[in-house]
Design a protein around this ligand. Structure first.
Ligand code: SF4
Length: 151
């Protein structure tokens, strides 16, 4: 049995910026025999509902910038990611919500200061920390595709 960290919105938690979820029944089915450890850095850091944020290439590297205020929101997300992985040191797998600036594994959009897309295969801040710790990571859509291939 694997221990799998999963974006909470994929499990049906209403923690998206607008109070909705991204419930993915096939993903839940695919993980039925595993131990699921949900996480949501943005709900923890900013509560729900909340303004959206984008990953922006800056002089200080890729930062999460509020689309409402332009404030750099990276620090609390990165802190949550550190604390989460420190307190769950035995995670085998990370499954993140596609395209999220926090959770996307290779699907997050990176923008420049003029809001032009530089890259659509970026890594969210929480997914980056999973990679830093050597945890195998998947975007949920790819994970479900691989699971369907084994049905
Ligand atoms: S994608 Fe990540 S940060 Fe966004 S709602 Fe889902 S778990 Fe939370």
């Amino acid at each position: 049995m694997k221990r799998v960290a999963v974006s909470a919105c994929l499990l049906g938690e209403k923690c998206r910026y607008d109070g909705s979820d991204n419930c993915n029944a096939l993903l839940i089915e695919a993980l039925a025999n595993d131990t699921i450890i949900p996480f949501c850095p943005e709900d923890f850091a900013f509560a729900t509902p909340r303004p959206t944020m984008d990953l922006v290439e800056t002089a200080d590297g890729i930062r999460a910038i509020s689309s409402l205020t332009g404030e750099d929101l990276s620090a609390p997300v990165i802190r949550y990611a550190h604390d989460f992985f420190d307190s769950h040191g035995d995670i085998d797998l990370f499954v993140g919500k596609d395209r999220s600036p926090s959770c996307g594994v290779k699907s997050a959009r990176i923008y420049d200061a003029q809001k032009r897309v530089l890259d659509s295969s970026g890594k969210g801040l929480m997914a980056q920390e999973a990679e830093n710790r050597g945890i195998a990571s998947w975007d949920a859509e790819e994970f479900v595709k691989a699971y369907k291939g084994h049905l």
